[in-house]
Design a protein around this ligand. Structure first.
Ligand SMILES: Cc1cc2nc3c(=O)[nH]c(=O)nc-3n(C[C@H](O)[C@H](O)[C@H](O)COP(=O)(O)OP(=O)(O)OC[C@H]3O[C@@H](n4cnc5c(N)ncnc54)[C@H](O)[C@@H]3O)c2cc1C
Length: 382
């Protein structure tokens, strides 16, 4: 389908594809096998200016928007979603500052992120507070010119490798979700440490760690927005980042479709390529149709964001829900098309299948996305 990309957008996709071919492909299996964070590939993202795609020029970025960010994430994840996630999760960790940070915070932190020197992460989830984020126990207590943080966040993407963490903590636990606030915590701050790196099914080159606060004192200037606005910051962040998760899923699905279609033309059974078998063709046709439908939904949602729409929550959830379900289905069927070879580590398809699963879980499970869609939908009928 032709999305009439501008020359600049096409160039950005080409740059991401070149990094994919030349820098990701040579290390992706090793990073997956050894659960290694791709520091050297991140440096290539930085060199190619991909870290600042959606950061305004005033703060050292390229000044593009959600659409261009989606294009880049999709293309990188077409090669390897775990490696692409290093950049996507930095996007997530940056959004609280970009969307709701003060001018001073933007000037202080965004240029480093745009240049690729600073990797970021977002800390909302806790062991007892996943879908029910309001149940979080981490606290931030005001003490003179500082806040003192205590508690821990689990499953934090880029945890340990990131230099900057945007974190939600309770400043007034008696007020429930209205008592949470958002903070910026820099790696190296006394009282801020990391738990063990999680071992995972997929996105194994992405680091996932617990982050721990023990009397961690941060300057009051690191409060994002105002006290009590933590959940508003988190919800805004997630609404804006869900098309990015959808783009990861889309890249995974497209990569799996590429694997299966190519393989079907090479594999001879019964004296002919399996691509001549209608049952195989129908699988490929469904995979391609659903992948393209996901792309159209995601691109249009990103364009709503860039167009200044105030209300894209439903579409952001729809994008994430649909694209992640498509990624799971397409990767499953890609292995089916490839038979036993698709199941083997000699091909990247099994990795895409393992990577697809997380897109149905993080940044709100798909059950939570359905709740969000239904809530928004039913309001339209009041
Ligand atoms: C690899 C990985 C990376 C992650 N990265 C980050 C990160 O960078 N930052 C961060 O803050 N978090 C991160 N997370 C956390 C992630 O967002 C949560 O795992 C997710 O929101 C689900 O929470 P949970 O795992 O506690 O599941 P639970 O909330 O315990 O859910 C378990 C099941 O119950 C269902 N369920 C729960 N409540 C409802 C409901 N109200 N309606 C319908 N169904 C419901 C869920 O859909 C799910 O099927 C990451 C997780 C993983 C696995």
């Amino acid at each position: 389908m032709d999305y009439f990309l501008t020359e600049e957008q096409k160039e950005m996709v080409e740059i991401a594809a070149l990094i994919g071919k030349e820098k990701i492909v040579p290390v992706m299996e090793e990073c997956d096998e050894n659960e290694r964070f791709p520091t050297e590939v991140y440096a290539e993202f930085a060199k190619a200016d991909l870290c600042g795609v959606a950061i305004p020029e005033a703060y050292g970025g390229l000044g593009f928007g959600a659409f261009e960010q989606v294009l880049v994430i999709e293309e990188l994840c077409r090669y390897d979603a775990g490696i692409g996630l290093a950049l996507a999760a930095t996007g997530l960790g940056t959004l609280p500052i970009l969307l709701t940070g003060s001018e001073e915070q933007k000037r202080k932190f965004l240029p480093g992120i745009a240049s690729g020197e600073t990797i970021t992460a977002f800390g909302l989830t806790e062991s007892g507070a996943g879908s029910d984020a309001g149940a979080m126990k981490t606290t931030a207590v005001k003490d003179g010119d500082s806040y003192i943080l205590n508690g821990s966040k689990c499953f934090i993407t880029n945890g340990g490798d990131a230099h900057l963490y945007t974190v939600i903590a309770k400043t007034d636990p008696s007020k429930g979700s209205r008592g949470a606030s958002a903070f910026i915590v820099e790696k190296g701050t006394a009282g801020f440490s990391f738990g063990k790196k999680e071992k995972k099914l997929g996105i194994r080159s992405s680091s996932t760690r617990e982050i721990i606060f023990s009397d961690c004192r941060i300057p009051k200037e690191n409060l994002i927005a105002r006290e009590g606005m933590g959940f508003i910051v988190a919800l805004k962040t997630l609404d804006n980042s869900r098309p990015g998760v959808a783009a990861q899923a889309l890249g995974i699905a497209q990569g799996a479709l590429d694997d299966a279609a190519r393989y079907s033309k090479e594999r001879i059974q019964f004296g002919a390529p399996i691509s001549s078998i209608q049952a195989v063709q129908h699988l490929l046709a469904d995979m391609a149709t659903k992948t393209e439908a996901a792309r159209a939904l995601i691109y249009q949602t990103a364009k709503m964001i860039d167009g200044g729409s105030k209300n894209f929550k439903k579409e952001a959830s729809m994008s994430k829900l649909f694209a992640s379900d498509v990624a799971m289905e397409v990767t499953t069927n890609a292995i089916q098309v490839m038979g036993g070879y698709g199941y083997m580590k000699d091909y990247p398809t099994q990795r895409r299948f393992r990577d697809a699963k997380i897109t149905q879980i993080y940044e709100g499970t798909n059950q939570i996305q359905r709740n969000e869609i239904a809530n928004a939908l039913l309001k339209e009928y009041c």
